[in-house]
Design a protein around this ligand. Structure first.
Ligand code: SF4
Length: 367
């Protein structure tokens, strides 16, 4: 199968063009056409000579994830069910030979939209409140498959967003634990954050982790990196062990120590996400313990009321959400209650599990 260019860095494209006997600046032109101009058909890359376009079309390809289904929410959110190319599946060929499917979510908002993307198909981390965990890990995504989700969502909404340079947030919060697919995720992020690439600003891109400590340490050393969000979801190790088995490997003390060492840029705060599970982790005592845990960190907290779904947790009631929020706020912690978008189409936090819609059974959709 011919070489897929999507996900290739500037250096890789320069080297490829040099190999083809072309001047290396053609690699930069190809990079610009692909990521900055979002041209996925070689014939439209008018910054390249016609003969080179024809040769690239013969010898290489550009494969975007294919939209199998769009689920439209009443709140404007769109969940995309995407099929990945079989070449990526060669990384871990599925036994049934079917293409791997993943999900991305587009959430329009006043003035700015957010695209939530997956970094793995399924997930091995096994958080008990998350439907993605029910899939297990299917495979890691390639850099091209990660970028491709952003490009598909931008292209789909190009007209309504007003062209090539929309104001876009991207969150790596879909299926998978990004720091367990580190190399591909960083390769994708370097292109997404490159001013000559997709040109998203680091302030507008957030990587969310369940707390993979070596991954956070590695990310801290990167020259180009997104903002970091950590899924806290509990106020003690005992509680976190029950819902996030990863806590046994990287308990709260270790996780928060690495967060304290994390080199924040002057404009940056860490985000701690806290899914409020009714009757489990939403008491005033929990809130007070969270305040202590986060003491001294330059951070904000996002409280995410549990989305009713297939799993045996209750949504927290409104009074408890407000009591929890006000305890954090009174202690000076910036805190926001984030009601998940797209709940009716299973596009909300922790709901990405290839389901048809709210109320669907836990069967994976097969294309
Ligand atoms: Fe994986 Fe995130 Fe779900 Fe945990 S919450 S199982 S890390 S996708």
């Amino acid at each position: 199968m011919s070489l897929d260019l999507l996900g290739k860095s500037l250096d890789e494209l320069r080297a490829l063009l040099a190999q083809m006997g072309e001047p290396t600046f053609r690699g930069a032109q190809l990079y610009h056409a692909l990521y900055a101009e979002r041209r996925f058909d070689f014939s439209q890359m008018t910054n390249l000579p016609a003969a080179l376009r024809e040769r690239l079309a013969r010898e290489t390809r550009i494969t975007l994830p294919q939209i199998l289904k769009r689920y439209h929410s009443t709140d404007g959110t769109v969940r995309y069910l995407l099929a990945l190319d079989a070449a990526g599946a060669a990384l871990a060929a599925p036994a049934d030979g079917k293409p791997t499917t993943i999900e991305a979510v587009f959430m329009p908002e006043e003035g700015r939209q957010t695209i939530c993307i997956s970094t793995q198909a399924g997930c091995a981390v096994d958080c008990s409140f998350c439907l993605t965990a029910t899939l297990g890990l299917i495979r890691n995504l390639t850099a091209g498959e990660i970028i491709g989700q952003v490009l598909v969502a931008l292209e789909e909404n190009r007209v309504r967003l007003g062209g090539l340079k929309p104001q876009t947030n991207v969150v790596l919060m879909g299926q998978g634990e990004p720091l367990l697919n580190y190399v591909a995720v960083m390769a994708a992020l370097r292109i997404l954050l490159d001013p000559n690439g997709v040109a998203l600003a680091p302030k507008h891109v957030t990587l969310s982790t369940s707390g993979i400590v070596p991954g956070i340490e590695r990310l801290a050393l990167e020259k180009v990196r997104p903002k970091l969000a950590v899924s806290l979801n509990a106020s003690s190790d005992e509680q976190r062990d029950q819902i996030m088995p990863i806590n046994k490997k990287y308990p709260l003390e270790t996780l928060l120590a690495v967060c304290r060492r994390y080199p924040l840029r002057p404009w940056e705060k860490l985000t701690f996400e806290y899914v409020l599970l009714g009757g489990f982790n939403d008491s005033p005592e929990d809130a007070r313990r969270v305040v202590k845990l986060l003491n001294g960190l330059r951070c904000k907290a996002n409280l995410i009321p549990w989305n009713p779904g297939e799993l045996p947790y209750a949504p927290p009631d409104a009074a408890r959400i407000e009591a929890f929020r006000s305890i954090l706020a009174e202690k000076g912690l910036p805190v926001f209650v984030r009601y998940s978008r797209g709940q009716d189409i299973m596009a909300a936090c922790g709901q990405l599990a290839l389901l048809e819609s709210a109320g669907a059974s836990l069967t994976q959709i097969t294309p």
